[in-house]
Design a protein around this ligand. Structure first.
Ligand SMILES: [Zn+2]
Length: 226
């Protein structure tokens, strides 16, 4: 009854295809959910994402929920995450990934879930941090604390999408700092981001965390660009 009331006055639209959602659907319609190309990286010790970090970041494991491809449903969903009305979608995607992570031994020892922070300026522009919402979804299901205090940015960098590969690495070098209020030594941190392309942002953040805390790093992202 409450659901129908909400549906009548606050209709929700699919983040993947913009159709009006059925009251039982959450953020993404059944058809789009079915069309998402999942990577299943979480099942494989070595995968395209662990390969991307090879000799750049010492990850214990790394996974992405799905493939991002020009024109596919994931591209549309990621585009829609920029808009505040779709903020719940990132959380739902986190929940979907978390159920997958429960089925693999690589993710059974996480102490904290740490999203890549946005710079304050960009967070104000956008209204929220989609990586944080994705991390919240993972945290909801795994019942592991979301930690938004450890990692922060010390300078404003250009959006990574506007520059080439070499510039991307230079653009995010030394942009992160940590705030070690807790003892992270030998703990396992799940570092979370939205989309991984060159991996430069995660490499920079992950290496800063390892250097400053001696924690182990796992990585999870919503999408992997192919
Ligand atoms: Zn849809």
């Amino acid at each position: 009854m409450l659901k129908s009331f909400k549906y009548l006055f606050f209709p929700e639209y699919c983040s993947g295809c913009d159709i009006l959602l059925h009251p039982n659907e959450k953020s993404i319609c059944i058809k789009c959910l079915h069309n998402i190309p999942y990577t299943d990286f979480h099942l494989h010790k070595n995968n395209l994402l662990t390969d991307l970090f090879y000799e750049r970041l010492d990850v214990k494991h790394a996974t992405s929920l799905c493939y991002f491809n020009k024109g596919n449903v994931v591209q549309k969903i990621i585009h829609n995450l920029k808009f505040h009305k779709h903020r719940k979608t990132a959380e739902i995607l986190g929940e979907i990934l978390a159920y997958k992570l429960k089925k693999t031994p690589f993710y059974n020892n996480i102490s904290f879930i740490v999203p890549i922070p946005l710079h304050n300026k960009r967070q104000i522009e956008r209204g929220y941090n989609q990586s944080e919402m994705f991390a919240k979804g993972i945290s909801n299901i795994l019942q592991i604390p979301l930690d938004t205090e450890l990692l922060f940015r010390n300078k404003y960098s250009k959006p990574q999408t506007l520059i080439n590969y070499t510039e991307r690495i230079e653009n995010v070098e030394n942009i992160f700092l940590t705030n070690n209020k807790l003892d992270y030594s030998n703990k396992t941190i799940l570092l979370v981001d939205d989309v991984v392309t060159s991996g430069a942002t995660l490499v920079s953040a992950g290496n800063t965390i390892i250097k400053n805390t001696n924690a182990n790093i796992l990585v999870a992202t919503i999408a992997f660009v192919i």
